[in-house]
Design a protein around this ligand. Structure first.
Ligand SMILES: [Ca+2]
Length: 279
C-alpha cells in the first residue's frame, strides 16, 4: 500500500512538472512579453542586395509614429525639431508639381501654417532623422536598420514572389486600394482614388500578415543606417509614400528605396521604431 502511494505521488509530481514545462514552452513560443502596439518579428535569414544576412528577432511598432504620439514627446521634453530650428521644411505643391522649402512648415503644420494642422491619428512627418532618433530613444526604442525594415516588410522573409507587404503583386484587391499612394498623372494630377491626397490615418489600409500597418505607401520611413549609394551622405528610407506613382516612383514595394540627408524634413517622410527582444 505504501509503495502504491509513493508511485502515485511520483506520477502526480511528474505530471505537474511536465505541465509546467509545457506552459513555460508555450509562453516562450508566443512571447507574451511583446510590448503594447508592437509586433514580434521572428529571427531568420534574409537576402538583400545579393547578400544573405542573419536577422535576430526584434519588436517593431505596428504603425508609424503618429502626430499625437509625437506631440506628447514635444510637450514632455521641450524638444525642438530640425524644421523648427531651420524655420522651414520641404513641402510638395500638388498644383505645380514642385518641392520647395516653406516657412513655418513643421511636424504640427506639415504643409505650412496656412494649411490645417496634422491630425493626431496620422503619421508624423516633417521630422528629420535626428528627430526620429531622439523620439525612439525617448520611448526606449531605436530606428530599424534597412535590413530589419525590409525583412519585416517581407513578412520575415516568407513573401518570395510578392512585390508588396500584403503578399501580392497588385496595389488593389477587388477594386480597393491596399495602400495610400498616388493615382493620376504625377506630379500635377492626383485623382485620389484611394481617398487620401496626403497622409492617411495609420492602419486605414489594413495589416500585413505579421500585423504591421502602412509598410507600403502613406509615408517613407527613416532607417538607422547610411545609404551606400550616396557615399554615406544620406540615411536610408523605406516604404514609399502618398506621393509615389507606379509610373514614376515605385518606392512602396518591399525592396523600394530612398534616402535623404539626416537633417532633411519632408511632408511625406516619417518613421517607426523597433526594440531588441530582451531589452
Ligand atoms: Ca493617395
Amino acid at each position: 500500500m505504501k509503495a502504491l502511494k509513493i508511485i502515485l505521488v511520483i506520477v502526480v509530481l511528474s505530471a505537474t512538472i511536465w505541465m509546467g514545462m509545457n506552459i513555460l514552452k508555450n509562453t516562450q513560443d508566443t512571447d507574451n512579453n511583446v510590448p503594447s502596439e508592437m509586433v514580434l518579428i521572428p529571427s531568420g535569414t534574409y537576402r538583400m542586395y545579393g547578400d544573405s544576412n542573419p536577422v535576430k528577432a526584434f519588436y517593431m511598432d505596428v504603425h508609424p509614429v503618429t502626430v499625437g504620439e509625437f506631440r506628447r514627446f514635444i510637450i514632455e521634453t521641450g524638444y525642438k525639431t530640425s524644421a523648427d530650428e531651420f524655420g522651414d521644411a520641404g513641402v510638395f505643391n500638388q498644383s505645380n508639381g514642385q518641392w520647395s522649402l516653406k516657412d513655418g512648415a513643421n511636424w504640427e503644420y506639415p504643409q505650412g501654417k496656412d494649411y490645417p494642422k496634422a491630425q493626431d491619428d496620422h503619421p508624423v512627418t516633417q521630422v528629420s532623422w535626428y528627430d526620429a532618433v531622439a523620439y525612439c530613444k525617448w520611448v526606449g526604442k531605436r530606428l530599424p536598420t534597412e535590413l530589419e525594415w525590409e525583412y519585416a516588410a517581407s513578412n520575415a522573409g516568407t513573401l518570395v514572389d510578392a512585390k508588396y507587404p500584403w503578399g501580392t503583386n497588385s496595389i488593389t484587391e477587388n477594386g480597393t486600394y491596399l495602400g495610400n499612394v498616388w493615382q493620376g498623372a504625377f506630379p500635377v494630377y492626383n485623382s485620389v482614388e484611394d481617398g487620401y491626397r496626403t497622409t492617411s490615418p495609420v492602419g486605414a489600409f489594413g495589416k500585413s500578415p505579421l500585423g504591421l500597418e502602412d509598410m507600403a505607401g502613406n509615408v517613407w520611413e527613416w532607417c538607422s543606417d547610411w545609404n551606400k549609394k550616396t557615399m554615406d551622405k544620406q540615411k536610408n528610407q523605406r516604404g514609399g509614400s502618398f506621393l509615389c506613382d507606379t509610373k514614376v516612383c515605385h518606392g512602396y514595394t518591399i525592396d523600394g528605396t530612398s534616402s535623404s540627408t539626416p537633417d532633411t524634413s519632408l511632408m511625406n517622410v516619417g518613421f517607426r521604431c523597433v526594440k531588441d527582444v530582451g531589452d
